[in-house]
Design a protein around this ligand. Structure first.
Ligand code: T4K
Length: 372
């Protein structure tokens, strides 16, 4: 089936050449080494460290286990407060809750839609232990401001960089900011290992701790030091990762062509805002969000439905906001008064189909629909 005869999705996964993948699989079958820190896992760890320009990197079987482990590795006290954004995927607040910390939602900043660093300090209490920012869509948090606040108040900083693969700020890998960053390598991400993820961090002393936490807390055959988890990436995931490492830059280049075409055409349309990348930052090309303002003839939801009628599956990431979810909606920090920008943006944002192989005729169809 060609792309035109089927639905147009928000994204399609980057897939390596099947014969090349077959060679890796043959190798795995012959060695009979399937998981538990195998040779492909170790090779990928080294190569990704270079690609992401970070000092230390540990692979995981998905981004969520990685983020759970990050919070545990930093020894945040149980019951302490973690200040985070409600404008993210469910995994971000869920990891805080699973770890026994309390969530304090901070509003977002309207341009980048990341946590508003200027609103963090007013939420800090003697019980605050950390700030968890999310680099949302492809836009970075204000890492310099957050770093200053954290230092002033003695807080840990964790970044959910699930959308920020290969982003650089002032030439530095985005994973080198804060105490720990988590990247997701899920199938829907620019760079994928089917499911997968990693943690990056500057403090080398965290390496052994993260290793143990990822492997049930096992130190050796006779000793289990603490309550760990199974976060290990297997050799098949690592093989896809090694092959996709050679492909992601080309995919980014193809997405740049799609992005340029979108921006050129959408800039002529009244009532649609395209958020812009900050100057000192490179784009990860993860998502292409637009913001539907009041002077556009349709609401975001009407536009979403109009696309759907044409089999174009745009996404309302991140509607509802996490502060609307049943487990979190009764938190003090979920109140409308605390989250005015989040509550506005969540009604206006729409992510358009965005991947390298999006056919030109389909881009044109999407633009025609936007132009009405
Ligand atoms: N933090 C943030 C900020 C995140 O965005 C995420 C994950 C995480 C943490 C957690 O990381 P992981 O534990 O997942 O590594 C998707 C992804 O499942 C999820 O990984 C991602 N964020 C989230 C933003 O998007 P859905 O429910 O929107 O996925 P789904 O199944 O609707 O897929 C979207 C579209 O992608 C499909 O309509 C078609 C296409 N697709 C999807 C899959 C799975 C394919 O073409 N092939 C595929 O195999 O959550």
């Amino acid at each position: 089936m060609t792309e035109n005869e089927e639905q147009i999705y928000i994204t399609r996964p980057l897939l390596p050449d099947l014969d090349a993948f077959g060679e890796y699989i043959k190798d795995i079958w012959e060695s009979k080494w399937l998981t538990n820190h195998g040779p492909k896992h170790n090779e990928l760890e080294g190569k990704l460290k270079e690609a992401l320009k970070v000092e230390n990197l540990s692979l995981f079987n998905n981004g969520t286990t990685a983020l759970l482990t990050a919070l545990r590795a930093l020894d945040l006290p149980g019951g302490s407060e973690v200040i985070t954004t409600p404008f993210t995927f469910a995994a971000t607040p869920h990891c805080i809750s699973w770890n026994g910390q309390q969530i304090v939602f901070c509003d977002i900043e309207p341009d980048t839609m990341c946590i508003d660093a200027d609103k963090i300090e007013s939420l800090i209490t003697p019980n605050t232990s950390a700030i968890l920012g999310v680099h949302v869509y492809c836009f970075p948090c204000d890492v310099y401001k957050i770093d200053k606040i954290a230092k002033k108040h003695g807080l840990k900083v964790i970044y959910d960089a699930a959308h920020a693969f290969s982003t650089e700020i002032d030439g530095k890998g985005i994973g080198s900011f804060g105490d720990i960053s988590m990247f997701s390598f899920h199938a829907t991400k620019l760079y994928n290992t089917i499911e997968g993820g990693c943690l990056t961090y500057n403090d080398e002393r965290l390496k052994a701790r993260v290793y143990n936490l990822r492997n049930f807390g096992i130190i050796n055959e006779d000793e289990v030091a603490e309550i760990g988890i199974n976060g290990k990436m297997n050799e098949i995931q690592a093989s896809v990762g090694l092959l996709n490492l050679d492909l992601f830059v080309q995919e980014q280049e193809k997405r740049e062509v799609v992005r340029t075409k979108y921006i050129d055409e959408i800039s002529e349309i009244n009532g649609i805002r395209v958020p812009v990348m900050p100057k000192n930052t490179t784009n990860s090309y993860q998502y292409f969000p637009i913001v539907i303002e009041k002077d556009y003839p349709l609401t975001r939801n009407e536009l979403y439905e109009k696309f759907k009628e044409q089999k174009i599956l745009t996404r309302k990431y991140f509607y509802p906001a996490c502060s609307d979810y049943e487990p979190y909606r009764k938190l003090d920090s979920s109140s409308a008064g605390n989250l005015p920008i989040t509550n506005k943006i969540k009604e206006k944002v729409l992510c358009l189909p965005f991947y390298g192989d999006l056919a030109e005729e389909n881009i044109n169809k999407i633009i025609r629909i936007l132009k009405g």
